[in-house]
Design a protein around this ligand. Structure first.
Ligand code: GLY
Length: 362
């Protein structure tokens, strides 16, 4: 094996891989960040950027704790990225308003919110006036609403622009169009073998989202079985509105709305098991659009919205209800994938955990 050119190779330059690469480089490590396509061009580009344990968690688990811990890291994560990259990130801590359209929904929502409070997810019931203040666009008659004060959102595209600049400023080598086919661990060093040749390093991190399971790993010549990944497709749409129309995230069941500082309003979402099919399904888009416009009829004036799709990085057989973040036993290979609906939220905590472990020598 050639002499290691880097301390760490990170396969996958989405928000997870790039955050890990940046944090390792901050510690003075020499990092090579590889991506089969363009940096941050897949799920990290597609994501709405919901940082919202209030909408994602309803039972205690290590995953729930990890999500809440990662949300707490966000202000510092964004602050450090902004100052190291010199770019601004649209990060909004305006909370989320979850709507109940009838009394049964409101009873169920309040019961869930009580369980969530015990987990460390604060919320309070809102009266109609407060609800209108948080979401002036809302016109739907509602039975009640709960305000999750700590739910937030971030523009993941801004985060990726900042991560590229921060990685480059820290000397990370970013290689795009570089597909990693396999990682060979030969005891003490690893080699990434891919479409553009071979690269060696002390350690490797697999963080290629829905594509992670395509990477073969062997340790001292013995193939290792890794948790298999599956793409879970989602459609989103966006409307161009004047800014400041929606001060909080608005949620009802599987529908959410959030507005960027620029005015761009994102509505989601759908869930499909369709492999890596990139087709935009007009019926699914219409469904999201009609749910969004049912909550906020004024959106109809700004349509038709722009649709797009993304592939959430799912795990075929999750080991827990969260992502797979661990060192492959007896190797210098770390796994950091399977973040499914919460990759944007979990980037700070994942990067901290993986970079701490690698810096400590495992
Ligand atoms: N994070 C929300 C979603 O995956 O739709």
């Amino acid at each position: 094996m050639p002499r290691a050119a880097s301390d760490v190779i990170v396969a996958g330059a989405g928000i997870i891989g790039a955050s890990i690469a940046w944090r390792l480089a901050e510690r003075g490590m020499k990092v090579t960040l590889l991506d089969a396509g363009g940096m941050g061009c897949e799920a990290s580009w597609a994501g709405a950027g919901m940082l919202a344990p209030g909408g994602e968690i309803d039972a205690p688990s290590p995953f729930a704790e990890f999500c809440i811990a990662s949300l707490k890291l966000y202000p510092d994560f964004v602050g450090a990225l902004e100052s190291q990259s010199g770019t601004e990130i649209d990060f909004q801590e305006g909370g989320a308003v979850e709507l109940a359209l009838d009394q049964d929904e409101f009873t169920a929502l309040c019961a869930r919110a009580e369980i969530q409070k015990a987990l460390g997810i604060p919320s309070s019931a809102l009266d109609l006036r407060d609800t209108r203040e948080c979401a002036p666009l809302l016109r739907k008659p509602i039975a009640g609403a709960v305000y999750f004060s700590e739910d937030s959102h971030v523009d993941p595209r801004d985060v990726m622009i900042a991560l590229r600049a921060a990685c480059l400023a820290r000397g990370v080598t970013i290689l795009e169009g570089w597909t990693v086919a396999s990682v060979l661990d030969c005891g003490g060093a690893v080699e990434a073998v891919g479409t553009k040749g071979k690269l060696s390093a002390g350690s490797a991190v697999l963080a290629a989202g829905a594509w992670s399971g395509n990477i073969g790993v062997s340790v001292n010549g013995v193939p290792r079985e890794l948790p298999a990944t599956v793409p879970i497709k989602g459609h989103l749409v966006a409307y161009s509105l004047p800014p400041d129309e929606l001060r909080s995230i608005v949620r009802h069941h599987g529908t959410y709305l959030l507005q960027r500082s620029t005015g761009y309003l994102v509505a989601g979402t759908s869930t499909e098991h369709a492999g890596f099919d990139r087709t935009i399904d007009a019926d699914i888009v219409d469904g999201i659009r009609s749910r969004a416009e049912d909550l906020c009829p004024v959106l109809g004036r700004y349509g038709p919205p722009i649709p797009w799709i993304g592939f959430r990085p799912g795990l075929e057989s999750p080991e827990t209800d969260g992502p797979c973040i661990r060192r492959l036993p007896d190797s210098n290979v770390w796994l950091a994938y399977g973040h499914y609906r919460n990759g944007i939220l979990l980037a700070p905590a994942t990067a901290r955990r993986v970079s701490d472990e690698i810096a400590a020598g495992g």
